[in-house]
Design a protein around this ligand. Structure first.
Ligand code: AMP
Length: 281
């Protein structure tokens, strides 16, 4: 496994694989790797001949009052997990390498970024689209893997790849959960035991919505109200959003009649957790 800290070393390692006719799979991450990341890496390993993982806590996707400085950085353990999965290259750049002095180019996806996390975290998806474009240009993968847990991020990347004619196949991988349903996240380690206990409210609320829809409930607004109420009644939890959107357009729906995204963002103190279900009636 190569650990590449420069762009030229990364390109060189991958070039050899590409020239040998290998299919290149890519998994972009911010590190603090867990079983959710591992499943993306394993999918890449199964479907591709050569797997590249990037580990980069991207400053441009964090707001000024967010957790960039304290985001967990666990490179040794990340490296061990990548090696165990059989990753071929870890690209591990510094912020200075990715955004040198004088940097001034950004990628913006305009519509699909407006609701949900785009509304709560201004500039977040501009940072995501920019860094993913840069990473795609460095790695030039055939296939890139993203987690459904970040549903809006998946849609942003798909839109960007289509709009900018990037010759990259995007694969979405389902959310990996803890045994009690909590979606795995690098941020779960911020939770104290009490918060961790109550954090299952995201999953439990999504399951409840799914059951309601299965039982015939089609009123999205009523469900959103009930979702919000469930979060507000949970100790330690503070609602950011509880929304049901059309999965294609990310616009609000009144009556649930096709594929919808049921999405939640909840704060536990400073820790912001997100989760979602895709429900097709
Ligand atoms: P991050 O390091 O949080 O930026 O995540 C890197 C990639 O892993 C993104 O595509 C995430 O959507 C994906 N990911 C994070 N958590 C999970 C999870 N619990 N299940 C599946 N994929 C995940």
């Amino acid at each position: 496994m190569h650990i590449c800290e420069t762009i030229s070393a990364t390109r060189q390692a991958i070039l050899q694989a590409r020239q040998a006719g290998k299919k290149i799979g890519f998994v972009p991450t911010m590190g603090a790797l867990h079983a959710g990341h591992a499943i993306l890496m394993r999918r890449a390993k199964t479907e591709c001949d050569y797997v590249v993982v990037s580990i980069f806590v991207n400053p441009t996707q964090f707001g000024p009052n967010e957790d960039f400085a304290r985001y967990p950085r666990t490179f040794e353990a990340d490296q061990a997990l990548c090696a165990a999965v059989g990753v071929d290259v870890i690209f591990y750049p510094t912020p200075e390498l990715m955004y040198p002095k004088g940097y001034q180019t950004f990628v913006e996806v305009t519509e699909i970024t407006k609701p949900l996390c785009g509304a709560s975290r201004p500039g977040h998806f501009r940072g995501v689209a920019t860094v993913v474009t840069k990473l795609f240009n460095i790695v030039m993968p055939d296939v890139a893997y993203f987690g459904q847990k970040d549903a809006q991020q998946c849609r942003v990347i798909q839109q960007m790849v289509a709009d900018l004619n990037m010759p990259i196949q995007i694969e979405i991988v389902e959310t990996v959960r803890e045994p009690d349903g909590l979606a795995m996240s690098s941020r779960n380690r911020y939770l104290n035991p009490l918060q961790r206990h109550h954090a299952t409210i995201l999953y439990r609320t999504l399951v409840w919505v799914k059951e309601q829809i299965a039982a015939g409930q089609r009123n999205a607004h009523e469900l959103e109200k009930q979702m919000a109420l469930r979060i507000e009644q949970t100790p330690e939890a503070r609602l950011d959003y509880a929304k049901i959107l059309d999965y294609e357009t990310f616009s609000p729906v009144e009556t649930i009649e096709k594929k919808v995204l049921v999405a939640l963002a909840v704060f536990f103190d400073q820790t912001r957790l997100i989760d979602n279900f895709l429900i097709d009636v």
